[in-house]
Design a protein around this ligand. Sequence first.
Ligand SMILES: NC(=O)C1=CN([C@@H]2O[C@H](COP(=O)(O)OP(=O)(O)OC[C@H]3O[C@@H](n4cnc5c(N)ncnc54)[C@H](O)[C@@H]3O)[C@@H](O)[C@H]2O)C=CC1
Ligand SMILES: CC(C)CCC[C@@H](C)[C@H]1CC[C@H]2C3=C(CC[C@]12C)[C@@]1(C)CCC(=O)[C@@H](C)[C@@H]1CC3
Length: 343
Amino acid sequence: MEATDRQGKICLVVGGGGFLGRHIVEKLLDRGYEVHVFDLRETFKDDRVTYFLGDLCKKEDLLPAMKDVFVVFHCATPSPLSNNKELFHKVNCHGTKTIIEACKEAGVKRLVLTSSASVVYEGKDVENGTEDLPYACKPMDYYTETKILQEKIVLEANSDDFFTVAIRPHGIFGPRDPHMVPTTVRTAKAGKMKFKIGDGKNIVDFTFVENVVHGHILAAEHLEPGSKICGKAYHITNDEPIFFWDFLSKILTGLGYNAPKKNLPFWLVYIIAVILQVICFLLKPIKQIHPTFTPMTVSLAGTHHYYSCQRAIADMGYKPLVNLDDAIQKTVDSFPELRNTSK
Ligand SMILES: NC(=O)C1=CN([C@@H]2O[C@H](COP(=O)(O)OP(=O)(O)OC[C@H]3O[C@@H](n4cnc5c(N)ncnc54)[C@H](O)[C@@H]3O)[C@@H](O)[C@H]2O)C=CC1
Ligand SMILES: CC(C)CCC[C@@H](C)[C@H]1CC[C@H]2C3=C(CC[C@]12C)[C@@]1(C)CCC(=O)[C@@H](C)[C@@H]1CC3
């Protein structure tokens, strides 16, 4: 899309106050779009942005933000690492249906959903997985369960006059990441990162946030009547799958922490995680505990899960903008506050 075509076009980013959402907002502004942000709270100041605060589960909150909007980016979610079943279903399912209703009522024609590569993951190896893989029959957590339902809702809403597409990132990291890097450092600081889970040879996709943003904007600019991308899902990755523990080790050593050297059997850590999950469930009426080592995170840390983005390359001309080594360096440099000062 030419720069002149973008002028005056309004993009609405639902969840634009979050990690990925704010990076999408910043890139849209750089490309000359007018940007609306809809979120529960205002997390940053930018005079170029029009903020709308509200709950995406309420159509009356959404409609004012949708006036004259060219495309909606829906990248809102409860935290992937929480475990609140009711909240996940409310926001990711009911909330997404509400967004679609509001789009149609406001005359918005385009919706780009941030889905997740984990919609096909159920704890077993996925090697170079394509978008044709079936949805996970037994999702390992409520987040994945509701991301599957969410993607189905959005892709099934595609029609001759309402164009939808789902972008499936995996393991997003980068500046202002609230999940990956802080959790990794916190785990290391707590002395729980001395061991690799499994043999350390499981291969995983980690995707730099700027590449995820690029994939989203490419999709939005290809979302036209008759386009082959309408109603489809696309993996967006760095196209550089890496040993899971090599990636974490680069982040940790980059921030001055020791990388795990020894190995623990995968099955042993998995059994401990399951026992922890049962204990947390039993204690729930007394105290909410969110263990770092859940069956999901242990599986993610001990199995292959990387995905082909050939469909995005073929259909949208996608190409990662930042390679993994540069992305890791940019990320480490962006977290001076997480650097190990005890050495
Ligand atoms: N972080 C990762 O590694 C990956 C994330 N994703 C997807 O990317 C998207 C963005 O994820 P992150 O930026 O990491 O999440 P985040 O937690 O940083 O941002 C989510 C945003 O959604 C907003 N939100 C939540 N409930 C809302 C509601 N009811 N009304 C209005 N706003 C609401 C939050 O306030 C927050 O600003 C999500 O859809 C997630 O499923 C997909 C693959 C990997
Ligand atoms: C074993 C260690 C305690 C792991 C520390 C790092 C983890 C916090 C991340 C490693 C893989 C990450 C990941 C996600 C969240 C953070 C990690 C578990 C997701 C579940 C986030 C949401 C998604 O949509 C998935 C595709 C991500 C998969 C990778």
